[in-house]
Write a protein that binds this ligand. Structure first.
Ligand SMILES: Cc1cc2nc3c(=O)[nH]c(=O)nc-3n(C[C@H](O)[C@H](O)[C@H](O)COP(=O)(O)OP(=O)(O)OC[C@H]3O[C@@H](n4cnc5c(N)ncnc54)[C@H](O)[C@@H]3O)c2cc1C
Length: 382
């Protein structure tokens, strides 16, 4: 079943060109949900310029792109080839050789990419990462990579990507390495797609590194000091990514609201009030999202506001994806398969880029002492 998008509403909100890209995402959404690898068949029709822009732009522009494309379909967006989150890490840390190598390879292989952070034993807690990069001679270079990553988008379907590794004890001992296709496809790397019931385009999976030889040239930011390329650079990158996950959640929430408006024949007074309340929540999150994006472009080390907006956007999409059923009665799960799909997708955002209880810790610290957003007196005056 192909669902029409309310052209006018999408165009007013996102502009004609993005609304058209969203329309295409919506058209192929159910097919990609069933078989995410079908995305390759549509390569020539995908909005490659927007997919490349996702990692190149300011956070302000990026959240608008993420919201609009996720309004089309977040699963399709996650299935797409392109630099994606790995590209953001490359932008932050890579030298010009690495940058060139990465972007040329993404274009050449029409590649899907991965950014591997999460591990089976410590989740996404970077402080406890145990995937190791040690200095040791091998046939392929002066370093050897070993360890395991899990729940990583395109771990098994990406042609290349970036992996977070530990090079020494402590917060300065964290680095990121670029894995090129010849390494990813070598017998020293084991890969597996894991089953999913929502956001299936992400194709999360497992990567096992069995003493993989690597050249120093693939360590991102090897030309920089350990402080510049360690935890600080990663925090900056994560702060810039989190509003994007919030934007994806918001795009889905908006899609559900528009679907209700488009498909509900008549609203009772109570239903109209409830709908307006949900709409107001989406507007409030969008306002906060734009604030956070602008703020993080200026204050990339301050984690509180990105954490707040990611937590809020996640909560709103979860609420709306459940509330949607109440507008269509008891058989709505059968009669409105889109609502069921969005309901499954909505719960994935909580687990992308850290869960809410970890973000609430960042928000607490922001109120307590660090964030100039929450504590304006901290803003330095000239
Ligand atoms: C659709 C989807 C796509 C995903 N894509 C990717 C991807 O591309 N790459 C990737 O690496 N992962 C990816 N993930 C995995 C995701 O990032 C993690 O599962 C998520 O961040 C939750 O982390 P967690 O498992 O540590 O759970 P949490 O509930 O966040 O943490 C579990 C425990 O770990 C500890 N902990 C975690 N973080 C911290 C912290 N910052 N400080 C202190 N303690 C902490 C705490 O003890 C906590 O109780 C994806 C997940 C989904 C659903």
């Amino acid at each position: 079943m192909i669902m029409r998008i309310m052209h006018k509403m999408a165009e007013d909100r996102y502009g004609a060109s993005l609304a058209e890209a969203a329309q295409f995402f919506r058209k192929i959404a159910l097919e990609i949900d069933q078989n995410p690898n079908d995305i390759i068949r549509y390569y020539s029709k995908l909005p490659i310029n927007y997919l490349n822009d996702l990692c190149q732009q300011s956070c302000e522009k990026r959240v608008k792109l993420y919201e609009a494309l996720s309004y089309g379909d977040a699963g399709v967006l996650l299935a797409c080839p392109g630099p994606s989150l790995a590209g953001m890490m490359i932008n932050e840390l890579a030298d010009s050789f690495q940058r060139d190598l990465f972007h040329k390879s993404v274009a050449l292989y029409q590649a899907r990419t991965f950014l591997a952070v999460t591990e089976p034993n410590c989740g996404s807690n970077i402080n406890l990462l145990s995937t190791q990069l040690v200095k040791q001679e091998s046939a392929l270079g002066h370093y050897v990579l070993s360890g395991e990553k899990k729940l990583v988008g395109h771990a098994a379907t990406g042609a290349l990507g970036v992996v977070l590794v530990r090079t020494a004890k402590g917060p300065l001992g964290i680095s990121a390495v670029l894995l090129m296709p010849e390494t990813v496809n070598s017998p020293f790397v084991e890969r597996q797609v894991l089953p999913m019931f929502g956001l299936r385009g992400a194709q999360i999976g497992r990567l096992i590194f069995k003493n993989v030889g690597l050249d120093q040239a693939l360590i991102l930011g090897h030309h920089r000091s350990t402080i510049e390329r360690g935890m600080a650079a990663l925090i900056k990158t994560f702060n810039r990514m989190r509003p994007c996950v919030g934007a994806m959640a918001l795009g889905v929430a908006q899609a559900i609201l528009d679907y209700i408006y488009d498909n509900k024949i008549q609203f009772s007074l109570d239903e109209a009030r409830y709908y307006e309340k949900l709409n107001a929540k989406v507007e409030a999150v969008r306002f906060l999202l734009y604030e956070a994006a602008l703020y993080i472009d200026q204050n990339p080390y301050d984690s509180a506001l990105p954490s707040l907006v990611k937590t809020k956007a996640t909560a709103v999409v979860e609420e709306i994806s459940q509330a949607a059923f109440s507008f269509f009665g008891s058989s709505s799960m059968i009669e409105h398969p889109w609502l069921t799909k969005w309901y499954c997708d909505a719960w994935g955002f909580e687990y992308m880029e850290g869960t809410s209880h970890i973000h609430k810790k960042n928000i607490f610290y922001g109120y307590g002492k660090k964030s100039t957003y929450f504590v304006p007196s901290k803003i330095s005056t000239p």
